[in-house]
Design a protein around this ligand. Structure first.
Ligand code: HSE
Length: 307
């Protein structure tokens, strides 16, 4: 294989109760990336569209991953990379993760598929570290594995692919402000009371059980975050309005997508998803803040080969 074009999806990390450990891939938006083999070794970014990102190969999340993989695999070729961002960095939808995970996937294809999804996740985590300073796995694993994932352990890294109930839909609103992951991590508590920890891990268990049993009520009751959301929600203008409008229109739950500012709502079925979309749109349109919205299925496959 000399050339590959891929789609790397946006992802929703945390999913309320699962800070740094749960995530899922969305169908509706993502990046397109191309990878072309070159006789000359090393990596080069030849074009970036859709966002203003660095061409410095050591500072760009995608090229940093390609470089590391080519070096680790002792490849006798290089790669030219193009990146078309389909959504903005700093949105909370795993922008750097799409770049890093897409880079790991695409490079692996040109290497003859030598790495497992778990190994690709580790390479992509390196890209996350380059982009935001922390080697977080929830977004990149969701993009690579597809569907819903649980990062069961960071050391050693263990990713569990979870089932996705058929009628699960996501509605998301992206207020057009930027929040840096690092800033959103700086506001988090470093310690939490035992009582809160019990609530949080019980909800993670409930959510996972709900996904396995198609139990939408249980999913709904478990979509609660008392650790990150209270600390972060003041970074997102009118967060409570968005959440209340989503719940009022029948969403199973709503919360901050990753480190924000995007807010996601999970819904059962297309009809409810449409109503939730309208209700959130209505609540936000007079705030004076521009926004974008989408409705999506949870993508069962994550990264896709386009050609
Ligand atoms: N789990 C991460 C966070 C996702 O919430 O900070 C952002 O990369």
């Amino acid at each position: 294989m000399k050339y590959i074009k891929i789609f790397a999806p946006a992802t929703v990390a945390n999913v309320s109760c699962g800070f740094d450990s749960l995530g899922f891939a969305v169908d509706a938006i993502g990046d397109e990336m191309t990878f072309t083999k070159t006789a000359e070794k090393g990596v080069q970014i030849t074009n970036i569209t859709g966002a203003d990102l660095t061409y410095n190969v050591d500072e760009n999340a995608a090229s940093a991953v390609v470089k590391k993989m080519l070096h680790t695999a002792n490849a006798d070729f290089g790669i030219e990379l193009t990146i078309h961002k389909g959504f903005s960095p700093g949105s909370g939808l795993g922008s750097s993760a799409a770049s890093a995970a897409g880079a790991a996937f695409g490079t692996n294809q040109l290497l003859g598929d030598m790495y497992s999804n778990l190994e690709l996740t580790k390479f992509a985590m390196f890209g996350e570290k380059v982009a935001c300073g922390s080697a977080i796995a929830d977004n990149v694993a969701a993009a690579i594995f597809g569907g819903f994932i649980l990062v069961r352990s960071y050391e050693p890294l263990e990713i569990i692919k979870l089932p996705v109930p058929n009628e699960l839909r996501v509605v998301a609103i992206h207020p057009q402000i930027t929040i840096k992951t690092k800033d959103a991590r700086d506001v988090l508590p470093t310690k939490i009371p035992l009582k809160d920890a019990v609530t949080q891990w019980a909800n993670v268990g409930g959510l996972i059980s709900g996904l396995y049993t198609d139990n939408y009520n249980l999913i709904s009751n478990s979509l609660v975050d008392i650790v990150a959301e209270p600390a972060r929600k003041s970074l997102i203008p009118f967060f409570d309005n968005i959440k209340n409008s989503a719940l009022k229109a029948g969403a199973l739950g709503a919360g901050i997508s990753g480190s924000g500012p995007t807010v996601f709502a999970l819904c059962k079925g297309d009809t409810v998803a449409k109503a939730v979309y309208k209700s959130i749109e209505e609540s936000y349109k007079n705030t004076g803040i521009d926004f974008e919205m989408f409705v999506s299925k949870v993508s069962p496959e994550g990264i896709k080969i386009i050609k």
